[in-house]
Design a protein. Structure first.
Length: 268
């Protein structure tokens, strides 16, 4: 799904979504029209700018697209903007849209998080891949004992023990009846935090080390390329939009294995 935050006009969003989805789903337009409870002819008039979408119809469309609360808010503001009859009102609505777009620029504003670590604890937690690696193994079958975790990660038992003690102290895991348990909560570093580079580097170095032990489920992809500036922006937006979906998918089902996702997209 395209990123609604990259649009100022809901009609352009509709057109791009249809162009993207109808390549593989010829019935997509019909399902969208049915969800909004309008006729195909009315929808065509809306796309041409001859008619406007109502708030009620817009809310049904937002539900169809699977928007979250903030995405729905910006989408509904675009509908209001399309119906605004004065320059003053249009300017006011555009200002609200820009605020939401600005907030969405930071991935941290769009990735759920509910564990707040102190700066001192962040310095330790993100200093090595081991802390996050150990924690994410806790809910898997190998994550109940120090020995099995150490064997899985290929690190000395004492290092795993040190990581576990820290995780217990900051409330990210607990020990009951001799077994280790993962405590629910999502941690995240803002893009401006001093430890963010170390965090990225730690896991990229880990990925490089794992390339020597390649398995079929693994994906290592490198593709330097030259392309248009517009194309580069679209790819960047696509990656950002799909991070949220990937996080949601990672929370489905019961944890069984530990995986790491590294995404690099940069101008060189």
């Amino acid at each position: 799904m395209l990123d609604i935050y990259n649009y100022d006009d809901y009609r352009l969003f509709f057109k791009d979504v249809l162009q993207s989805q109808e390549r593989t789903d010829k019935k997509y337009r019909g399902r969208l029209v049915e969800a909004m409870r309008i006729s195909t002819s009315l929808f065509s008039q809306i796309l041409k700018g001859e008619k406007n979408l109502s708030s009620e119809q817009g809310l049904e469309a937002a539900a169809f697209f699977g928007f979250g609360d903030k995405e729905t808010d910006v989408f509904m503001l675009m509908i209001e903007l399309g119906r605004a009859g004065s320059v003053k009102l249009q300017s006011r609505i555009k200002g609200k849209i820009q605020v939401l777009q600005s907030e969405a620029k930071s991935i941290s504003a769009r990735v759920p998080k509910d564990v707040v670590l102190s700066d001192v604890d962040k310095a330790t937690y993100y200093s090595s891949w081991l802390y996050t690696g150990v924690r994410n193994l806790l809910p898997t079958p190998v994550g109940k004992e120090l020995k099995t975790i150490a064997e899985k990660l290929g690190v000395p038992l004492e290092k795993v023990d040190t990581a576990i003690q820290f995780l217990i102290e900051v409330g990210l895991c607990e020990r009951k009846n001799g077994q280790l348990y993962y405590k629910q909560g999502f941690t995240h570093l803002d893009s401006t935090h001093p430890m963010i580079l170390r965090h990225h580097q730690n896991w990229r170095q880990r990925a490089i080390a794992k390339m020597d032990f390649y398995k079929d489920p693994h994906v290592h992809y490198t593709s330097p390329m030259s392309l248009s500036a517009e194309g580069a922006q679209k790819i960047r937006d696509y990656l950002r939009a799909n991070i949220k979906e990937i996080i949601n998918l990672s929370r489905e089902g019961s944890p069984e294995v530990g995986y790491c996702l590294n995404i690099d997209w940069y101008e060189y």
